[in-house]
Design a protein around this ligand. Structure first.
Ligand SMILES: NC(=O)c1ccc[n+]([C@@H]2O[C@H](COP(=O)([O-])OP(=O)(O)OC[C@H]3O[C@@H](n4cnc5c(N)ncnc54)[C@H](O)[C@@H]3O)[C@@H](O)[C@H]2O)c1
Ligand SMILES: O=C(O)CC[C@@H](O)C(=O)O
Length: 526
């Protein structure tokens, strides 16, 4: 596996990746052309906020499996393009939060006390204290837009400064506001009216781009101050420039610009602005955290593991992932069986999660089922990321449900596959803590451990069949490890699952199928 580190990450992360035995190339500041030229050989790329990982790059990145975003914001990564190609995108959302919150506060204080200009003044050997009179934070109202990880850290820290903290975030539950002792404001306009300082902490999305613009500035108290340590463009730069020039806004503290990494913006020419070149995450602590986290995630994702911080997968915490693991295995096994027995195109899949498993993350379990289903026909090109996309692009309807009752088992997963030629059903249960078993197939009851090479045989239920099958397999040099027979409740047929010690060749399978009393036989690989 080859990994390209295209933007600087901490040595700890690089060291980790190198000792895994992967081939690691560090090529910082490549031109776009050079990046497009070389990306084709890489299995993974690690970037920060500058590299645009978009359609153009994906078209050249024919081997790419993982994009590691060393940091939080993924606005430089085109997610749909990655998902449909099965490229897993991982980031490190918690690794630099404290640094970003502290930088926000540093910028806020610098702006309110004119620290950067005063510093430049005295370093030019001048001493005039009348030029830099500032304002206190105590008793002022801080309006936070986006009360997520960083917004909430800024909130609690600024409360200790004696600020009255209000916030606008329609996507956060009321209880969270209460827990943080932050006043919930239902409309952005109202937040703008009440605030002395406004700080934005949303991701950059279609909805938040320019969320604070000319109209919002019209609602503000004269002399409001603004902070943007989130993403360039969330506060419209042209409108901000205008508002600073006409005095509506007294000061702006900014870490992020619309067009990075270019230091070009009219805001740079104003005395009322304090600007840093996207330094929010630039602390030793944050970079060490980010570097280590992204390296581990890229390593795990390259091994096909489900990673906690995968952006284009349902988000799961590591403990949840651990608890889910045996069920994921079970769902994948159930998925694997259908296309090894039937070729009929799937029209609809109903998945019923019964018992304990019904309380777990069904979205991810269904991904595991679909991964198993399509792996049989698409092999490595299907993974957790694109499994649902593949099903949906084939017009397959997926229905998920739960049932509190799971018969004899603590947990089971029942799959019902609808095709033009009828319905195929399969149910699997978990035995003990982590042992998957097939317990029912099309109404035949079983207790089968799906593993290794298997044979499924349909035969007429008549005396002597087991001996005959044993003899046929013996003649074909097929050694049987386990055998599980189930009789039909409605016909004179039986189904038999066998575990065998080597793959059964097509020729042997033909011989088995022609044996008297055997109606069909399938070789399965689990
Ligand atoms: N300057 C830096 O170096 C630096 C470092 C880390 C993160 N960031 C950026 O900081 C921002 C916040 O990061 P985070 O980790 O706190 O993210 P987060 O996902 O934890 O929080 C974002 C919050 O914004 C809210 N939100 C989304 N759309 C909204 C809207 N239209 N109106 C109001 N609220 C809305 C969400 O509900 C969420 O609570 C991101 O843009 C991230 O990229 C910058
Ligand atoms: O360090 C970076 O490149 C970006 C940091 C920050 O904006 C992030 O999104 O994590």
């Amino acid at each position: 596996m080859k990994i390209l580190i295209a933007e600087h990450i901490a040595d700890e992360g690089i060291h980790f990746l190198k000792q895994t035995g992967f081939n690691v190339d560090i090529k910082l500041k490549l031109s776009r052309e050079a990046l497009l030229d070389c990306i084709g050989v890489y299995d993974a790329i690690i970037v920060r906020s500058v590299t645009k990982v978009n359609e153009e790059l994906y078209e050249h990145a024919t081997n790419l499996k993982v994009v590691g975003r060393a940091g939080n914001g993924v606005d430089n990564i085109e997610m749909d393009g990655a998902t449909k190609r099965g490229i897993i995108v991982v980031n490190t959302p918690d690794a630099n939060t404290v640094s970003a919150a502290e930088h926000t506060i540093g910028l806020m204080l610098s702006m309110c006390r004119n620290i950067p200009r005063a510093n430049a003044h005295i370093k030019s050997k001048q001493w005039d204290r009348t030029l830099f009179r500032g304002v206190e934070l105590m008793d002022k109202t801080l309006g936070i837009v986006g009360l997520g990880r960083i917004g909430s850290m800024v909130a609690t820290r600024m409360q200790s400064f004696g600020m009255n903290v209000i916030a606008y975030d329609p996507y956060i539950r009321r209880e969270r506001f209460d827990q943080l002792k932050v006043t919930r404001i239902d409309e952005l306009g109202e937040l703008m009216r009440q605030s002395d300082i406004v700080t934005v902490h949303t991701p950059k999305t279609k909805e938040t781009l320019g969320i604070i613009g000319a109209e919002e500035f019209k609602l503000c108290k004269k002399g409001v101050r603004v902070v943007n340590c989130a993403r360039g463009g969330i506060i419209d730069e042209a409108a901000l420039h205008e508002a600073l020039e006409n005095g509506t806004v007294a000061g702006a503290a900014i870490d992020v610009l619309k067009d990075e990494p270019h230091p070009i913006s009219p805001l740079l020419d104003l005395d009322q602005t304090v600007i840093t070149p996207h330094l929010g995450a630039d602390t030793y602590e944050a970079q060490k955290n980010v570097g280590e986290a992204v390296a581990l995630e890229v390593f795990e994702a390259l091994q096909g593991k489900l990673v906690a911080n995968a952006v284009n997968l349902p988000s799961l915490k590591s403990q949840e992932l651990e608890a889910l693991h045996p069920y994921l295995k079970l769902a994948e096994y159930i998925g694997k069986i259908y296309h090894q027995i039937r070729r009929d195109a799937v029209q609809k899949i109903e998945l019923i999660y019964k018992g304990e498993v019904g309380k777990m993350d069904k979205t991810t379990l269904t991904l595991a089922y679909l991964k198993g289903l399509y792996e049989i026909i698409l092999e490595d090109s299907v993974n957790y990321v694109n499994a649902r996309y593949i099903a949906e692009s084939r017009g397959v309807t997926i229905v998920e449900g739960t049932d509190t009752i799971s018969g004899n088992y603590t947990s089971s997963i029942a799959a019902k596959i609808h095709t033009a030629n009828g319905i195929f059903t399969l149910e699997g249960a978990l035995f003990g803590k982590d042992e998957p078993r097939i317990v029912d197939m099309n109404g035949y009851a079983f207790d089968v451990s799906p593993k290794g090479n298997m044979l499924l045989i349909e035969n007429i239920d008549q005396p002597g069949m087991i001996g005959k099958i044993g003899l046929t397999l013996g003649n074909e040099c097929i050694n049987i490890s386990t055998m599980n027979v189930s009789l039909s409740k409605t016909s004179a047929n039986a189904l038999m699952f066998l575990t065998v010690d080597a793959p059964v060749s097509t020729e042997s399978l033909e011989v088995i199928r022609k044996t008297d009393g055997i109606k069909n036989a399938w070789s399965l690989k689990m």
